[in-house]
Design a protein around this ligand. Sequence first.
Ligand code: C2O
Length: 560
Amino acid sequence: MGLKGLMILVFFACVGVTLVESRVRHYKFDIVTKNYTRLCHSKPIVTVNGRFPGPTLYAREGDNVLVRVVNHVKYNVSIHWHGIRQLRTGWADGPAFVTQCPIQPGQSYLYNFTITGQRGTLFYHAHILWLRATAHGAIVILPKLGVPYPFPKPHKEAVVILAEWWKSDVEAVINEALKSGLAPNVSDSHTINGHPGPLSNCPGKGGFNLKVECGKTYMLRIINAALNEELFFKVAGHNLTVVEVDATYVKPFQTNTIVVAPGQTTNVLVKANKNIGKYLVAASPFMDAPIAVDNNTATATINYNNTLEESNSISTTFTSIPPKNATPVANTFLDSLRALNSENYPARVPLKIDHHLLFTVGLGVNPCPSCKQGNGSRVVASINNVTFVMPKIALLQAHYFNISGVYTDDFPKNPPHVYNFTGSGPKNLQTNNGTKVYRLTYNATVQLVLQDTGIISPENHPIHLHGFNFFAVGRGLGNYNPNKDPKKFNLVDPVERNTIGVPSGGWIAIRFRADNPGVWFMHCHLEVHTTWGLKMAFLVDNGKGPNESILPPPKDLPKC
Ligand code: C2O
């Protein structure tokens, strides 16, 4: 679908034919409400084109992508192309009130961006309220025409989207929680490509079923589109060869379990080298803190070709799932991730650092007189004790058009109070509200240490940065030690990604170069924490060179 406006420039050279393609990919996303039945229960959900998950957006590296998003639902909407760098095109990034005002009911907006220097699996999702629970889909970026993968070409590829399903309306779930001051309900099931799967207590029809041929290799493009839960993913009896995460190639390695946080993607190769039969695919929660999760395992199947679908006589091979608090399983996987760092795909880790930042990420407790269930207080979240307050007009507009009073650029470089971050916590759990950005000059280099806090409870926070990939140079437990820990950093082939888990009761160090002018959101990709205020933005000024400024806003940019 969506492949109009193909423009082919053919150059005839004297020795042969060189094909140079510059493509424009047109898509139309109608945001519509549709009834879906899951867990024997039907409810209307907000979808892209009536589908859950939404249609896959295909493009090649270098393509110009044009997506017309038309809002037919009662909510304001915006769509984020999660992981697409949006070089100079922040207007198309999508987070509501950060880079654009939302698309109001009955209105539309044309997202226009070019995919530069990226290939792999990403995804798009609504970036307002909790609509991304059901309004999301895969983005598959193929390499440029004629450029192979840096691993043997799989026989076939399949998109595998992990998500969550609530029996209740998700907007009602979060609104109720905000009223009470307490945490929202967890989901009622995980899903694989929209279905809880054959082992759920009300299986229903449909679901992901990959048919494989003996001896062939398949690539799974696994996406965690869940709102609030990190997931383990396994295929019974089969090893997975990890080749890419967050649309960056990694040194291939084998594992039987991957862990994928909301906002992360992982491409794996699976070789169909087992006996004919059915093999279970399982997605189950990873949570190594005393916090409630949805304990339901979503399932799907891999079927060897000669297996008759209807035949129940064919044996199914099951798989054990890791316990939900299996930190060692998660760590083994995470420690194996290394950038490919080849000649064609070098890891350009910044070595000279202009900004050394230390940000605490965690929860807090603020007064809330109306919160009866919370006894007059409510749970909040913050970065460096700032609970981010969404502005009424988008930060990028305020920046571009010099509108004052929308934000301040005094986001703290360091935590305002120093305490034993991963210990029992400070006496005062209160945070400050603010709409603050951290300002960077064009091309500045940043080292950011994200430090979990033990306030209320330590917890793994998958932090997502818009507009950039970063390198994960170090990770540890306890409090970050600026004298000792940097000595152990990997500055050669650290994994490059756009979303990374800050370990429960620990820290992670990332590095990036601010080579993209604009305003770039950074937040926990657990939606409940984003709602509670675990978010901030970097403002990157224009550079002086010819291609170092934000492009002008499109004419149809939504108004607030
Ligand atoms: Cu995938 Cu700001 O989000």
